[in-house]
Design a protein around this ligand. Sequence first.
Ligand SMILES: Cc1cc2nc3c(=O)[nH]c(=O)nc-3n(C[C@H](O)[C@H](O)[C@H](O)COP(=O)(O)OP(=O)(O)OC[C@H]3O[C@@H](n4cnc5c(N)ncnc54)[C@H](O)[C@@H]3O)c2cc1C
Length: 475
Amino acid sequence: MNGERTGKSTCTTGIAIVGGGAAGAAIFGALLAQEAFDHVLWITGRQDDLGRGVAYGAARDHHLLNVRAKDMGLYIDADEDFARYGARHRPGSQPTDFLPRRMFGDYIQSQLSKRLRNAEQQGRCFTIAYSIATRLSAKGSGYEIMLDDGQIVMADRVVLALGSLPPRPLRAVSEDAIASAAYVLDPWSLTRRPLQPRRLIVIGTGLTAIDTILSASMRWPDVELIALSRHGLLPSAHPPLPVEPYPHQADLNAKLMACAGPASILAEIRRLLRENPAIDWRSIIDGMRPINARLWQALSLRQRRQFLRHIRWLWDSSRHRFPPGIGAIIQQLRDEGRLHVYAARVLKVDGTGPLNVSIRHRANQAVTTLQSDVVVQATGLDTAVSFAGHRLLGGLIQDGLAVADPLQLGLLARADGHLINTAGGIQPGLYAIGSLLQGNLWECVAMPEIHKAAHALAMQLNTHRPMRSMAIASN
Ligand SMILES: Cc1cc2nc3c(=O)[nH]c(=O)nc-3n(C[C@H](O)[C@H](O)[C@H](O)COP(=O)(O)OP(=O)(O)OC[C@H]3O[C@@H](n4cnc5c(N)ncnc54)[C@H](O)[C@@H]3O)c2cc1C
């Protein structure tokens, strides 16, 4: 991967991107593609796997994309799309296949390298700083960014691509349990554990839990696996080939847009499926993708809360599906009695290892305590910026440059990514992309949305360009 560490260098003009995952790569590359941009700094955090982030870095070969190759993207105007890249590197693979996540990480790095090379040949200055941004404050009409290696960056505009926040332990987990090696907050660190557990409990039943179950079952064939969540619902599976689009989706979407809230949207979909049992429900859910953000934006705060509390579990399992091959493995684990899935609430996790996990079963309200050598918290993406302990975000909120979404779904922002400050206005030149925008867009975390958002943001940054300079200076 091309790119330089920043030293005492000085750049002119100023966009700084903070966050070295796939969203950072998407916006950095979108700016690289436009000749109008020069002197862009990408602050990536300390990582070797530039652009891969959690999703496309640590993944093993059995960790597959949950989106078909033809729908994965990094740049709208990429010279080679991911499906063609996949076919080149895995002969015989089809655009409708679910390829390994690691391969998408390779694709990100190859696309980035090409764009960096082109920009270098054009004599443009794009710099990569492998540092962590610890503080961002307003200075004049721009921003001052402190890096953990002591450098200070002055930038006219800043894009935050911070991705998933550091996981927080659930309230039910005791301090002793958290301090013990038996409680695993980062599911991706699980495979580094040397000892074979007899029993492993996964808290959560979403896609991260599925990843954890797959890794644990392959590493330790004799381990007993228990996955639990309030509803005990695993994600649904994608069919081997894409479902035919529902021919009347446009009419349905218009009807859904006119519904009075999440309960009536759900009722409308259920009615349609009841009256037309031949329709594959997955075509309806997939066909809603273009209106999901508008549906979400039309909801009041109360309705959004209602959705999160009562419907999200069903939406997530229907919308975020796993590839068909993974579904077969999970079913086999269940059939062999190696995996048990409970609909239950975690009341308490205590001990120092093995841990005692008290749960209340949803069906009969019975409370049981299970002993487990390892408990993995796989409850998914955390967007609760107020509680995250993320220094950069904490400072932004404290200074009033950004405001937490009232439902803790990232930061308050406009649909175009411009952040909103405590005065209720847009914070000039401060943007976000990806999961920090969940409160405004709801669906903005996956690559099909991120790569389009990156392109749109690059166009917007190009249209409104302040001609100021950015200097990178040592403390
Ligand atoms: C396990 C998993 C599987 C997924 N599978 C798919 C899939 O198949 N298809 C799909 O479309 N989507 C998938 N997703 C969704 C995924 O979130 C996005 O596709 C994408 O990876 C998000 O990238 P990101 O850059 O927003 O976040 P991240 O990958 O979390 O990257 C953010 C980066 O910012 C860095 N950072 C944070 N704070 C700072 C700071 N202060 N200074 C500097 N750097 C900082 C972090 O270290 C991190 O490297 C998956 C997600 C996960 C977790």
